[in-house]
Ligand binder design. Structure first.
Ligand code: ZN
Length: 252
């Protein structure tokens, strides 16, 4: 989360990141370690030195102080469900509506990860993006995975969104002789989320995308937008995670 975000949003992020780390330490198995710093396994991490280098010199110390303050003011706080640390997913921008984990990764849903709506996310640069491809570029990208792909671009039914998820994201889309999930399409075409529409004109296809990230759990821009409306870190967490409690790590 950018250090420029509101303090209450940063505090919510501190609680959520702490919870996520504890959850991973409890559920992942590593040799000789509790957690790792791979974002695809546990949680991304950089040293203080590297973090400071990435900020401009004039904001360096104030950004650092602000984050340290938010971490310390939430010291030991984690999000729990049934007294257990939750799998506290978060992402950049929900496009206004969050997603359930089953739609993204398959497997099980979690009672505390529901579809929720947040106003104010449209004001952030992550909210809308587009990817433009020529018909040839689209075909070539899909060919990397589906060697026999055949799309008739003159037939309007040959590229078609077949199903949406409860949150309005694409669940299934047809490209010629193949049906792909929204998640797979996002990966192959490099879209910022699975919340997209498309249009065709002059030999090109344009994907208009809303939001950034998988959409599960807390939206960081949503958290910042709520904080700007005067909401506290606790309000933000209770908005994005259903029926949870914020507890101290060391108290039962
Ligand atoms: Zn790991």
């Amino acid at each position: 989360m950018p250090a420029t975000y509101e303090e209450e949003a940063l505090k919510a992020q501190a609680i959520v990141a702490r919870t996520y780390t504890i959850y991973k330490a409890n559920h992942k198995k590593h040799q000789n370690a509790d957690i790792c710093d791979s974002s695809s396994c546990c949680q991304a991490w950089i040293s203080k030195e590297d973090r400071l280098k990435k900020w401009n010199e004039e904001n360096r110390q104030s950004n650092w102080n602000k984050i340290v303050k938010c971490v310390n003011e939430t010291k030991g706080k984690i999000v729990t469900y049934n007294n257990e640390p939750i799998n506290a997913f978060f992402h950049s921008n929900s496009g206004g509506t969050t997603e359930t984990p089953k739609e993204v990764w398959g497997g099980d849903n979690y009672p505390y990860l529901q579809v929720v709506q947040t106003a104010g996310e449209e004001g952030y640069k992550q909210y809308s993006s587009e990817v433009k491809l020529t018909f040839e570029e689209l075909t070539n990208k899909l060919k990397e995975k589906y060697k026999d792909i055949k799309i008739n671009f003159n037939n309007d039914d040959d590229i078609k969104i077949l199903e949406h998820t409860e949150s309005g994201r694409v669940r299934t889309i047809k490209f010629g002789n193949h049906e792909l999930s929204g998640v797979e399409t996002r990966t192959i075409l490099g879209l910022k989320s699975t919340n997209f529409e498309f249009s065709k004109s002059n030999g090109q296809i344009t994907f208009n995308v809303k939001g950034y990230g998988h959409g599960v759990g807390m939206s960081q821009t949503g958290a910042d937008s709520m904080a700007k409306e005067g909401k506290s870190a606790e309000d933000i967490i209770y908005h994005f995670y259903a029926n949870v409690q914020i507890k101290n790590l060391n108290s039962e």
